[in-house]
Design a protein. Sequence first.
Lengths: 156, 284
Amino acid sequence: MDLTLLGRLIIDMMVAAVPAVGFALIFNVPRHALGYCALGGAIGHGLRFMLLNYGVPIEWGTLIAAGVVSFIGVYWAQKFHAHPKVFTVAAVIPMIPGKLAFTAVLALFELNHEGATVVLLTSFVGAFMKMFFITAALAAGLAMPGLLFYRRRPVV
Amino acid sequence: MLIFEQALSERPPAPRAKKSPASELKKPFISEPEQRGITRLCIQAAQLIMQHGAESALVDSITERLGLALGLDSVDLGITANSLALTTVSNDHCITTIRRVVDKGINMHVVTEVQRIMLRVEKGDLDAHQTRELLQAVKPLRYPKWQVSIMVGLSCACFAYFMGADLASCALTSVASCVALSVRQFLAQHHFNPLVNFAITAFVATSIACLGVNSPLFQKPELAMAASVLLLIPGFPLINGLSDMVKGHVNTGLARWTIAMLLIMSSSVGIVLALILWRVKIWI
């Protein structure tokens, strides 16, 4: 791995930690768990950054990253006697496809305002589908430990 | 299909008996007033975490484990989006009670506290009386408003950075979302309907970000607009709703999703209103 890639990864992880903490504050996560939210956000987004860098499609990269964050969340949950969602929901927030959602809203607005054109329809459907699949991948990744391993027993 | 339905409707397993020595060692006779007290205790715990944004499966399991650990024979919770019904059985005697659920905002601190109390009861550390006192002492944690505003402003700036915005646009995003969150907190404090609240907040955020359009200082003001409204994405209802539906609680899951979709739609109305009013034409 060359150094510029490592540098970009570190910057990516540091930037991703900020929204994780910001949203953890909105969700009123206990104070001692804030650091773990930041760490989870950094690991998740950093992992996705590396996967994208090696050519994995963004939907699958998101699924893998959210799954890994969720398993780490289960480990922390058992260690600190708290529900895993306390850590994981804030940690996957940096991965939400905000730009695509905004593009979809704008395109919908223009479709109504100026009438349908092929360009507008293409950009609406494209942005919406990508946003939908990334969000679904996030949710599925978060549900993974419960679906695969903790099927009939509580995590904590 | 039938098998699938059965699998979904199967109740979660009863807690492992070896983990709750209190209920196993001495199975004391529970008088009717005692059963009534424990029932109230269970529904109080359920109401507390449901109102503060726990997913349905968690509410169900915490209530049941709490009741069984305190010596009841069976505990059944019925969950809908705005009420909880609980029936407990002890010595063939049944008590049913219903509580209303009012949304009090996401508060993971409350959920964690109640879960820890339940775990201590299961370990046999607490009796019904101590549990009641501890549950009544649970107060929702609220971070100072300025702290949340600043952190959310920085968060949205980081979103703008991920979208590829220049530093000036990131700074604009941070100001816009910081002000928007203060507006949202102010409106929430005055008990405005969340839908109205989100529309106004989106309008404020987009309006401030609009200031960057046509200014040579900002290279990508449209990214500032996209990032500054991200604080309005209802992440917890969306994720909780999906986990509810995956685990068979379709009722509450659909209710959460409907609310989340309405919130997103009313935020879009706020954004579009600002774009029309300030005659801004942008495209990403």
